[in-house]
Ligand binder design. Structure first.
Ligand code: SF4
Ligand code: F3S
Ligand code: FES
Length: 248
């Protein structure tokens, strides 16, 4: 059974834009991205929308639907009533390029700022050994599809452009936590997380975890454990003494 849905889509560029109303056909089993493609095919050939896989795996089609950060390809039309107006807007935290497409290079900049996996210098490739429990701990973090919905949602940068320079965001603090939990990584991730990547800005509101399409427990399994490790170091009397004696 098909019907006509009311769509309100943000159209514009970096300088100016507005919400525009459309009526678009919807068929059984379709997702919001299908409707935007039909809109492109029938009414607005110049509508800009980024996508690739249409299977929830590439992380390209992130936007906001009725104000909620979502993947366009994983949001079923059956979750809305037929008379509901469905508003689609670009991710708010990143600069708009055009229509629903934003410039997400903030995230690539943050990714580059994190030093990569650093094994002990005397260990050669092929000699790495680790426990299954350590493998499993990081497995959850590796489900990340880099959709940046968590980065878009976190209030630390969503409402405060000025924090962007000093805050890596949940996705990249999770990356630091993953490396910190790796038994063969010897880099100092704790001070780095706190001093350079703004772990202290996170006040564990968990909004990042709520919007993650992969269901990763970003706050509970990465950010809180990372905060605990930072606190352990800070309040450990031996470490405190070591810092006093050797860091002058
Ligand atoms: Fe997207 Fe989740 Fe990865 Fe954040 S952690 S970028 S929400 S998949
Ligand atoms: Fe932001 Fe997630 Fe922390 S939403 S404040 S990074 S728990
Ligand atoms: Fe790939 Fe939506 S198009 S995640």
């Amino acid at each position: 059974m098909s019907y006509k849905a009311s769509f309100r889509v943000w159209r514009g560029d970096a300088d100016d834009g507005e919400l525009q109303d459309y009526k678009v056909e919807v068929n059984e089993g379709e997702v919001v991205l299908d409707i935007l493609h039909r809109l492109q095919a029938t009414q607005t050939p110049d509508l800009a929308v980024r996508w690739n896989c249409k299977a929830g795996k590439c992380g390209s089609c992130s936007a906001e639907i009725n104000g909620r950060p979502r993947l366009l390809c994983m949001t079923r039309m059956s979750t809305f009533s037929e008379d509901e107006v469905i508003t689609v807007t670009p991710m708010r935290t990143f600069p708009v390029i055009r229509d629903l497409v934003t410039d997400v290079s903030f995230n690539y900049t943050k990714a580059r700022e994190i030093p990569s996996f650093t094994p002990p210098p005397d260990l050669k490739p092929g000699e790495y050994r680790m426990q299954q429990v350590d493998v499993e701990r990081s497995q959850e973090f590796r489900k990340c599809i880099e959709c940046f919905l968590c980065q878009n949602t976190c209030h630390v940068v969503r409402d405060h452009e000025e924090n962007k320079e000093n805050f890596a965001g949940p996705r990249y603090l999770m990356r630091i936590a993953e490396l910190e939990m790796h038994p063969l990584d010897v880099a100092d991730r704790r001070d780095e997380a706190q001093e350079e990547h703004g772990l202290g800005y996170c006040n564990i509101t968990k909004c990042c975890s709520d919007v993650c399409p992969e269901g990763i427990h970003i706050t509970d399994n990465a950010l809180i454990p990372m905060k605990e490790r930072v606190a352990d170091r800070k309040y450990d009397p031996i470490v405190w003494l070591g810092n006093k004696l050797f860091r002058r």
